[in-house]
Design a protein around this ligand. Structure first.
Ligand code: AMP
Length: 280
């Protein structure tokens, strides 16, 4: 695995590969890697010739300073895992490399409705930060295929929109959420859960399963029950919603279109998100 710290050097390296007809797969991450990230790398390896992984804890997407400061890192383990998984390239830029002019007064993306709801509502400015970093990364790596996880459902829709807005040539592949054996969606932030409170964490998945199960017959009552289950297990929910899977407009009953149930909730000071698709 080759490690790059400078975007220019990586771009030149990948351009040579592209000229030879190689297809690039890209897995952007913030590090503290787990099995969910590893599966994205494996999928990219299976579908492309050269897999590039980036590790960059992007300051501009954190609306909460404490969350940024406490974001877990494990760079040496990450490098070992990526190397063993067969990623060909690791991009490890500094903040200065990504934002040479600083992180203030950056460009604004017209994301419209998508950034006013759910994560956008509870984390103001978050998706602007995600787009600021992803636009830079995509311009450097210019991947044929971009691999992202369904766990961050709204983020996937935002990036699909960014690709459209910027007329980028990359195709987004959304990979299924990888879970622990008790159902908890894997997340770098899970490392911050104390052993005591970790026991309650799978309730977020149980709440989603029950909501999906009861949605057709109970509608909003099913949503209330999911909220109650979370609260019984010491979660402080930001939202429990069912939304149109394509637009993310929230709905109050089944509509005959594909829908998605989404939850964001705090366990102590750790904010967890998860979702499940509800098929018609
Ligand atoms: P992060 O490092 O949390 O920014 O995540 C990097 C990528 O990994 C994003 O596309 C995430 O959606 C994806 N990802 C994170 N957790 C999981 C998971 N449990 N299953 C599948 N993909 C995931």
């Amino acid at each position: 695995m080759i490690l790059f710290k400078e975007g220019g050097a990586l771009q030149r390296y990948l351009l040579k590969k592209t000229k030879k007809g190689h297809q690039t797969g890209f897995v952007p991450t913030m590090g503290a890697l787990h099995e969910g990230h590893r599966r994205l790398v494996l999928q990219s390896r299976a579908q492309t010739d050269c897999t590039v992984v980036s590790i960059f804890v992007n300051p501009t997407q954190f609306n909460d300073k404490v969350d940024f400061e406490k974001y877990p890192t494990s760079i040496e383990e990450d490098i070992r895992m990526l190397s063993a998984t067969g990623a060909q390239v690791l991009f490890l830029p500094s903040v200065k490399e990504m934002y040479p002019q600083g992180t203030g007064g950056l460009e604004h993306y017209e994301l419209g409705f998508l950034e006013t709801i759910l994560e956008g509502k509870y984390r103001p400015g978050h998706f602007q930060g995600v787009c600021q970093v992803m636009c830079r990364l995509l311009k450097i790596v210019n991947p044929t295929l971009l691999f992202m996880g369904q766990k961050d459902y709204q983020q996937c829709l935002v990036i699909r929109k960014l690709i459209e807005l910027m007329e980028l040539p990359s195709k987004l592949i959304i990979a299924p959420t990888v879970r622990e054996s008790d159902g908890l969606a894997m997340s770098s932030r899970n490392r911050r859960l104390t052993a005591q409170i970790r026991k309650n964490a799978p309730s977020i998945y149980e709440a989603l399963l029950e909501l999906r199960e009861n949605w057709a017959k109970e509608g909003m009552v099913a949503k209330k029950k999911a909220l109650a289950l979370l609260k019984e297990n010491n979660f402080r929910p930001d939202y429990v919603e069912v939304a149109d899977a394509a637009t993310l407009e929230t709905v109050e009953q089944p509509t005959g279109r594909k829908q998605v149930a989404l939850i964001a909730a705090y366990l102590e000071d750790v904010r967890l998100i998860d979702n499940l698709l509800i098929d018609r």
